[in-house]
Design a protein around this ligand. Structure first.
Ligand SMILES: C[S@@+](CC[C@H](N)C(=O)[O-])C[C@H]1O[C@@H](n2cnc3c(N)ncnc32)[C@H](O)[C@@H]1O
Length: 213
């Protein structure tokens, strides 16, 4: 996500500190103890400005949410948005999705949302796509056996690539749509910032759900 460097970034981040888990590795295998409940744990990887996860967490107080973003300035905007509500069930971590296993134990995650993940169009960067086989293996190890991934994007090549990688690595796919906003699945849809921008430009939104088998 390209954005201008934020003014007073460090000071502003400090004001949001209570929502940022600075040493998430300390919670590995213990996120329920951290949240002080036995609720399910849902993640968004690459939360950007955080509109999606903040709305979702406000709607579902009985689910714990951890939003992951590796880019400081996007994370800052997400944190500032979340500070308006200070939801007890939503926390943020600044890590690279590739290092998820440092912060989460096997089977600890019940759901992963991937929203408008960077497409990395060049073949030589394919491994960086959040739906590349390497990432899917990582998610499989950390997802609960009844867990799932929900992936949406406006990027058609990335969506087709992802359909293939999920299928080739033995995930069961359900609720596939190439036009989310004109499908019955849209009833429960929460728009992300990217989704608003690209759907307003006329791009159809694609979505799938993937279950480990
Ligand atoms: C295209 S933006 C989409 C943001 C948001 N999900 C939305 O739909 O509005 C992708 C975001 O994912 C983050 N991201 C990309 N790869 C990541 C990774 N490996 N780990 C954590 N965040 C990542 C980027 O920094 C960026 O903020």
């Amino acid at each position: 996500m390209r954005m201008r460097k934020k003014k007073n970034g460090a000071a502003r981040m400090e004001l949001c500190r209570e929502l940022l888990v600075e040493a998430p590795e300390n919670n590995k295998g213990n996120w329920n103890a951290y949240f002080q409940n036995d609720h399910s744990l849902h993640l968004e990887i690459g939360c950007g400005k955080g509109g999606f996860i903040t709305t979702l967490a406000a709607m579902n107080p009985a689910i714990n949410y951890v939003a992951i973003e590796r880019y400081h300035d996007a994370l800052l905007l997400a944190l500032e948005k979340a500070m308006e509500q200070k939801l007890p069930n939503l926390r943020f971590i600044r890590v690279d999705g590739a290092k998820l296993e440092e912060s989460f134990a096997k089977g600890e995650i019940n759901r992963i949302y991937l929203n408008f993940s960077d497409p990395w169009p060049k073949a030589r960067h394919a491994k960086r796509r959040l739906t590349s086989p390497g990432f899917l293996a990582l998610y499989r190890a950390l997802l609960h056996e009844n867990g799932k991934i929900v992936f949406k994007t406006d990027n058609q090549p990335l969506f087709h690539y992802s359909l293939e990688t999920f299928r080739e690595t033995d995930w069961r796919l359900e609720h596939i749509t190439f036009d989310l906003h004109n499908s019955p699945l849209n009833e429960n849809n929460i728009m992300t910032e990217y989704e608003k921008t690209f759907s307003e430009k006329g791009f159809p939104i694609h979505q799938l759900e993937a279950y480990p088998v």
